[in-house]
Design a protein. Structure first.
Length: 163
């Protein structure tokens, strides 16, 4: 009876030893492969099943999303570093902005830590800021002789307001 418990305990200890040794040596464990599959499936549900889900989740179609990813990579300097793919970085950024999602929601959805979600959100944001001249339209003032009736409502005489 005692030897059965001893063998069971020995097997348990050996299993833990092999698991942690593989984990520390950089090999992908079973948990890493499962999480990777979950991440891939989550991204595939957003951009791989057609424009309907992509527009719903990211507020743009798959073609616009692919163009944005390429633009951020080429012009904005955004890159993959082996941890998170470029489409996943951009998708998490857009989901946070489009749906006012919290970091915690994306941790669960993509099986990432809060630190990872925050880090890559900031990386995409910095890439977009670097490209602001290309992405954002420059505002132009309304001309004095504008005939559009909507702008006449906003004309203010500052002489009457000053003291």
């Amino acid at each position: 009876m005692r030897s059965k418990h001893g063998n069971l305990m020995l097997n348990f200890v050996l299993t833990l030893f092999v698991y942690f040794r593989n984990r520390s040596s950089g090999k992908v464990s079973l948990g890493g492969r499962i999480n990777s599959r979950i991440r891939h499936d989550a991204l595939e549900r957003i951009i791989g099943e057609g424009d309907r889900n992509c527009i719903w989740e990211l507020r743009m179609n798959t073609n616009a999303f692919a163009n944005l990813c390429e633009l951020l990579q080429v012009q904005g300097g955004l890159c993959e570093d082996g941890q998170v793919s470029l489409p996943e970085q951009v998708a998490t950024f857009l989901i946070i902005l489009a749906h006012h999602k919290k970091n915690r929601n994306l941790q669960v959805r993509f099986c990432r830590s809060g630190e990872t979600v925050s880090k890559y959100f900031n990386k995409v944001l910095k890439a977009i800021i670097r490209m602001q001249n290309l992405l954002f339209a420059k505002a132009s003032p309304v001309e004095e002789d504008c005939i559009d009736p909507t702008w006449r409502k906003f004309k203010v005489n500052l002489n009457g307001l000053c003291m």
